[in-house]
Design a protein around this ligand. Structure first.
Ligand SMILES: Cc1cc2nc3c(=O)[nH]c(=O)nc-3n(C[C@H](O)[C@H](O)[C@H](O)COP(=O)(O)OP(=O)(O)OC[C@H]3O[C@@H](n4cnc5c(N)ncnc54)[C@H](O)[C@@H]3O)c2cc1C
Length: 470
């Protein structure tokens, strides 16, 4: 009797899950587990934000609930435990008399430390880890260069990879019923948000997009965006949008927790191109998925430097003020700049913000407020429903000008960005209804005299910094 543990991490799906597929192939019985690690649930970032904020926690709870029911449909289950994986898994392994622990490998330090500690403990009880790949389009082994030589410029990376390396086909989800576990094992409850000590709800808002966690919802979003609505055909024109569900794919949260496999998304786009023709938009979504991979390779190549103030370029940013009072104005959507505040209000209400919004609020924090970029990155880490270490810190590295690729190291003029991307101020007014009566033109630059007067009349917050060149 060969029994194996499948340790689910950021791969909460049954489709294209190599660790799961191989565990099933090589074992008579599997024990799928998810461990809620208190260091992440209750832990704080260095500036004191809860590491996994409420939107991320809500999404995770929903994703675990969904994964459990998908595994139950295969005659299996998802066993939930709370504790340090490197302690809990060896205990389970002993109790269940397993042989191997199958998991998809992680790349960033905290996760690698846990998997290394676990591996050591498993060796001491004569068991082993079996690692697989689950998070990326490209396999390190398929790249035309070793990771240490991965180009630091995205364009160079893309050119060297996309023509030569084929994205592998995703694995199908298992369809045959699995043998049920022949030992008694308590399944363990999936805790609620309150049980995990989250004070405020993350699901009862009515404005903005609500990401429902889980593979089932992720597959439905993929189906909707590609096949049902054909929105993918216009992605390149709409992707800089701000308002509504449809301007971009909304796959990010599903990709972050692995409810969707990037290979599946890529291959569905290819299938769509074969059936309906390819265009710049269908290509552009693949292009964005390559950005996601690129940041992961950068994380692997440069290690912890993506999390440091000096970034992967190892240079001091121009500004790095730790003024908490000023920072809180940014965080609480009280900068007095309507376009920035509306984006921050969306983030604080829903856990999501568009890519355009993220670039602009990040640029404003770094270049106009002259604050330490790590404060913004840590707040995003806590709040973003789609938080992903490499994508988040990689993008912040760029905005702060400390990323290896300097292409994005530029200044965004917020008033002209607002005029361009929100010409009727619909987005601003949606999130800041207190500004409803003000003419759109007066909402873009609060330093213009007429705008300043109009904003004062509705008691809108005064700008927190003065920016001469607007
Ligand atoms: C400061 C900053 C922080 C960010 N933090 C995160 C984060 O923590 N997690 C995250 O997934 N994305 C992050 N992004 C990238 C991007 O904003 C989001 O991936 C995107 O807005 C998610 O919406 P979507 O799925 O509809 O994207 P779409 O535009 O539909 O793109 C499709 C997919 O491509 C990937 N992608 C798109 N743009 C980028 C990008 N710039 N970098 C990396 N991958 C990208 C995502 O996986 C996304 O789901 C950040 C961007 C900035 C500027």
């Amino acid at each position: 009797m060969k029994r194996s543990i499948v340790w689910f991490r950021n791969d909460l799906r049954v489709h294209d899950n190599e660790a799961l597929v191989d565990a099933i192939k090589h074992s008579d019985e599997i024990v799928p587990v998810y461990i809620l690690d208190p260091r992440i649930i209750y832990g704080k970032t260095s500036f004191g934000f809860r590491k996994r904020g409420r939107f991320r926690a809500q999404f995770l709870i929903e994703a675990l609930t969904d994964l459990r029911s998908r595994l139950q449909a295969l005659n299996s289950n998802l066993y939930i435990r709370i504790g340090h994986p490197e302690d809990v898994i060896p205990q389970l392994a002993r109790a269940c008399r397993t042989h191997y622990v199958y998991c998809n490998r992680e790349r960033t330090q905290e996760e690698v430390d846990v998997q290394d500690a676990l591996e050591q403990k498993l060796w001491s009880i004569g068991q082993e880890m079996r690692y697989y790949r689950g998070k990326m389009l490209y396999y390190t082994a398929d790249l035309p260069f070793p990771i240490t030589h991965c180009p630091d410029q995205f364009t160079q990376f893309r050119k060297e990879v996309e023509k030569i390396v084929k994205v592998r086909l995703p694995h199908d989800a298992p369809i045959c019923k699995l043998d049920s576990l022949s030992i008694e094992l308590e399944e363990g409850d999936i805790p609620s948000l309150e049980e995990l000590d989250y004070k405020s709800s993350a699901s009862d808002y009515t404005q903005g997009h609500r990401f429902v966690g889980g593979e089932t919802a992720g597959l439905a979003e993929l189906n909707y965006y590609v096949w049902d609505s054909h929105l993918i055909k216009k992605y390149k024109e709409t992707r800089n949008g701000l308002l509504g569900r449809d301007y971009s794919s909304k796959f990010s949260a599903y990709l972050s927790l692995g409810c969707l496999s990037p290979k599946l998304v890529y291959n569905e786009i290819s299938k769509y191109e074969n059936e309906h023709g390819s265009n710049d938009s269908t290509y552009w979504l693949k292009f964005e998925l390559m950005w996601r991979d690129f940041f992961r390779f950068m994380g692997k190549k440069h290690g912890n430097s993506i999390f440091r103030l000096t970034g992967t370029r190892n240079i001091m940013p121009d500004f790095a003020n730790d003024n908490m009072t000023l920072f809180e104005k940014w965080k609480d959507a009280r900068t007095g700049i309507p376009f920035i505040d509306s984006n921050m209000r969306e983030l604080n209400t829903t856990g999501f913000m568009s890519n355009r919004g993220r670039q602009l609020v990040a640029s404003f924090l770094v270049k106009d407020m002259k604050l330490n970029w790590l404060m913004g990155a840590e707040y995003f880490e806590s709040m973003l429903v789609d938080y992903d270490p490499c994508s988040n810190y990689g993008n912040w590295n760029y905005v702060a000008g400390v990323g290896a690729d300097t292409r994005e190291d530029r200044y965004f003029m917020i008033p002209s960005q607002a005029r361009r991307y929100d010409p009727q101020a619909e987005y601003i007014k949606y999130w800041l209804p207190e500004l409803e009566t003000i003419a759109p033109e007066l909402l873009f630059n609060p330093f213009e005299q007429e705008a300043s007067l109009a904003l004062q009349q509705v008691d809108y917050t005064q700008p927190c910094v003065h920016i001469k060149n607007w």
